[in-house]
Design a protein around this ligand. Structure first.
Ligand SMILES: C[S@@+](CC[C@H](N)C(=O)[O-])C[C@H]1O[C@@H](n2cnc3c(N)ncnc32)[C@H](O)[C@@H]1O
Length: 371
C-alpha cells in the first residue's frame, strides 16, 4: 500500500470511529473512494474534523421543475442545507475551501427569481462560520432559453445562462494561487504587449504602471467561467448507453471542479464531493493526483460513475496543454461576449406591454427577409 493510500484510509476511519456502522465503499481507486448513501450521515460518521482541503460540489438546486433525484423547494432550502453546512465547516481544514456551484431558480407561477441561493450564502457566512473568499459566475453558453413561458412565449425575461459559484472558507486566508489557472492573453492585450504601453492615470483613477505591459506568458482570468455544458459523446455517456444506465441528468463539466482543484489544492491534498452524482469531481481529482472521497444517494449514478476510472476513459480525459506554456488549454471556452442593448435584427416590435406581460399576447416574429 502506498503512503498516499494509507493517508486516505486514515481519513475514512478517523479516531473514535468503530461504534457506528461503517459505510460500505462502493468503489475505490488508488487515490479515492465512492460511497453510496446519505452524505450527511457519511460526514458525521466517517470524516474526521479538519481533514479536508477542498469540498467542491454541486448540491441539488432549489428548483421548481424537479430533477429525477428530487430537489428541495427553494423556501425550505436553507434549513435543509444547514446541517450540511455545519458538517462542511467541521471537516474542512482551517485554510481549506468550500466551493458550491448553485443555480438560481424562478418563483412558482410568476416571472420573478427566488432568493434562495443568496439566503444560503448568508446562512453559511452568518451562522456556519464561513467567509466569502470570492464569488464566481459560471456562464454556460449552451443553456436553453427557459422557462419558455417567460422567455420564448411572452418574451418578458432574458435567457438565464449562469450558475453562481460561492467560494467559501473557514478562514479569510484559504490556500490559493491564481498562477495555477491563468488564461491566454486576449487579442488586444497581445497587441499591447507587442506595441508597448505608456504608463498613465486612467479616467477611473487607477494608476497603471509600465509593469502592466510585462509579458507574464498568460493572463490572470476574471471570475467569469465560460464553460459550455455540452458533453454528448464521452466515454461516460457511451458506457451508460451500452450498460442501459441512466446518465446523470445534471452533471457539471469537468473543467469546473478542475479549475478549483488546481487553484486551491496541491497534489496529495484531500478533495471531497458530498453530492457526487456521476463523480466528475473524483475523476478530476484522480487525474490531478489529489486524494478524494465522493458520496451519492442514488446507486445507478455510481454504477455509471465507475466507468470514469477505467484506463480507456482516462486516456480520453488527459489535460491538453496550452502550447509552449504548460498551461491548461480549453479552446472551447473562447466565446465572444457582445456589447449589450442593441436591437440587432432591426425589427421594432412596438410598445412595451403595459401589464408587464401578465396577459399572454400574440407575439409576431420577424419575417424571414427582415434585415
Ligand atoms: C446536482 S447533482 C450533482 C451532479 C454532479 N456534480 C455530477 O457532475 O455528476 C446533485 C446530486 O446530489 C445527490 N444527493 C442529494 N441528496 C443527497 C444526500 N443527502 N447524500 C448524498 N447525495 C445526495 C443527488 O442524488 C444528485 O445526484
Amino acid at each position: 500500500m502506498t503512503q498516499t493510500r494509507k493517508k486516505a484510509l486514515a481519513h475514512e476511519e478517523p479516531a473514535g470511529f468503530g461504534s457506528k456502522t461503517p459505510f460500505p465503499r462502493y468503489f475505490s481507486t488508488e487515490l479515492g473512494c465512492m460511497y453510496l448513501g446519505d452524505s450527511l450521515s457519511f460526514l458525521r460518521n466517517q470524516v474526521a474534523d479538519a481533514t479536508v482541503d477542498l469540498i467542491v460540489t454541486s448540491p441539488p438546486f432549489g428548483l421548481v421543475r424537479k430533477k429525477g433525484y428530487g430537489n428541495v423547494d427553494a423556501d425550505r432550502y436553507v434549513e435543509w442545507f444547514r446541517p450540511f453546512g455545519e458538517q462542511f465547516r467541521r471537516v474542512l481544514k482551517p485554510n481549506g475551501s468550500l466551493v458550491l456551484d448553485i443555480g438560481g431558480s424562478w418563483n412558482p407561477g410568476q416571472p420573478t427569481r427566488s432568493l434562495y441561493h443568496f439566503e444560503l450564502l448568508l446562512m453559511l457566512c452568518r451562522d456556519a462560520g464561513f467567509h466569502l473568499a470570492q464569488d464566481f459566475i459560471w456562464w454556460n453558453p449552451a443553456k436553453l432559453p427557459t422557462p419558455a413561458e417567460w422567455v420564448t412565449v411572452r418574451r418578458i425575461r432574458i435567457k438565464d445562462a449562469v450558475d453562481y459559484i460561492w467560494w467559501l472558507s473557514p478562514s479569510p486566508w484559504p490556500r490559493a494561487d491564481n498562477r495555477r489557472v491563468l488564461a491566454p492573453y486576449s487579442e488586444s492585450m497581445q497587441v499591447l504587449l507587442k506595441n508597448g504601453y505608456r504608463a498613465k492615470l486612467r479616467p477611473s483613477g487607477h494608476d497603471i504602471s509600465e509593469k502592466f505591459a510585462v509579458d507574464n506568458g498568460a493572463a490572470i482570468p476574471p471570475n467569469l467561467l465560460a464553460i459550455p455544458n455540452t458533453e454528448s459523446n464521452s466515454y461516460y455517456l457511451r458506457y451508460c448507453r451500452e450498460h442501459e444506465l441512466k446518465p446523470h441528468p445534471a452533471r457539471f463539466p469537468a473543467e469546473l471542479p478542475e479549475y478549483f482543484v488546481r487553484l486551491l489544492t496541491d497534489p496529495g491534498d484531500f478533495v471531497l464531493d458530498p453530492f457526487a452524482g456521476s463523480c466528475v469531481t473524483g475523476e478530476v481529482a484522480e487525474r490531478l493526483g489529489r486524494r478524494w472521497l465522493c458520496s451519492e444517494l442514488v446507486e445507478e449514478y455510481l454504477q455509471g460513475a465507475q466507468a470514469r476510472f477505467s484506463p480507456e476513459a482516462r486516456k480520453q480525459t488527459q489535460t491538453v496543454l496550452f502550447p509552449g506554456s504548460g498551461l491548461a488549454k480549453n479552446e472551447r471556452t473562447s466565446y465572444r461576449v457582445f456589447h449589450p442593448a442593441a436591437l440587432w435584427n432591426s425589427v421594432d416590435h412596438g410598445c412595451l406591454p403595459q401589464d408587464g406581460g401578465r396577459k399572454r399576447r400574440h407575439i409576431s416574429e420577424p419575417k424571414s427577409d427582415a434585415k
